[in-house]
Design a protein around this ligand. Sequence first.
Ligand SMILES: *Cc1c(COP(=O)(O)O)cnc(C)c1O
Length: 373
Amino acid sequence: MLRTEAVIDLAAIRGNVATLKAATSAEVMAVVKADGYGHGLLASARAALAGGATWLGTAMIDEAIALRDAGITAPTLAWLWTPGETETVRRAVDTGVDLSVSSQWQLDIVRAAAADLDLVPRIHLKIDTGLSRNGAYVSDWPDLLAAVAKAQSGGQVEVIGVWSHFAYADEPGHPMIAQQIAAFRDALADAARVGIEPQLRHLANSAATLTLPEAHFDLVRPGIAVYGLSPVPQRGDFGLVPAMTLRAALASVKRVSAGSGVSYGHAYTTERETTLALVPLGYADGIPRNATNVGPVSINGSRFTVSGRVCMDQVVVDVGDLPVDVGDHAVLFGAGRDEPRAQDWADAVATIHYEIVTRIGPRVPRTYIGEAG
Ligand SMILES: *Cc1c(COP(=O)(O)O)cnc(C)c1O
């Protein structure tokens, strides 16, 4: 193997999308933002499409354009952009990328780009139903609808979707979920009154796709579940298979005496004569520095914990009397049969598995196994 690698199981991605598809009669948009949640944009997108996704979703417009540049023509929505991105918007309209619009200035930029190209841009209007993040605030919604209705009847835009995003989908039963669904229905009714009746109404992320059928509408937007990580861990794994295994070859193995201080600041001291194994992955690769003395690692099938501070490029693991050799494999997380899972890392450092997989940096090569389709 390579010195370090994130092995991505494309068959798992394909299978996870099939699992999501079986959970809904709506269309499935696989969210591939953030380099496919760290799994690789293009490979993840292709595997998701092979699994039955009919749409792709990205945060940045540049991510959507990268899909187009690679020849991926599936309908794609990009939803997070700023006023300076006029040239990027132009490329999006030119390559048929759908854009989210939640304010008048966005409508103006999209219309100007499209007029220039003599094209009709495809837009999805975003309403803020309670997350208070992106999306038109309820009090701004009527004015936005009026402006869009005018542009639509003038043939200047085509409204493909109306959409929103949940604040509490990962806490099934939370009262905010029902409130947001009701606010979304109100926003759809407002749109219908001015003649905006899009083909696609969409609200559900992974958690809602797997636990909340009444929120599926016409399309669901799973992200984390595509990569096999449970969006509601307290409800089990839903049959999803984690697609990323992070592993490294041991770069050094040595026998040390009792009382040896390990790594910067000697945050760990050996209790007895023992073997220290050196794993060439550190915080520059995305290993959380606060995994010091708590991050789980599997070496030759046995479980250990990071011993001492996580350094920029490496961590040390006290493996006791386990026979290990340089070049043996350390697995930080994987599908969770014998090795720790991204969830275990998240629990160890008090974050979520989303952050564990997306932070694995570009210095770690992605290698692909399994047929994408
Ligand atoms: C990231 C994102 C998703 C996917 O969320 P998951 O929890 O990963 O399923 C869906 N919609 C929007 C707007 C997002 O930003």
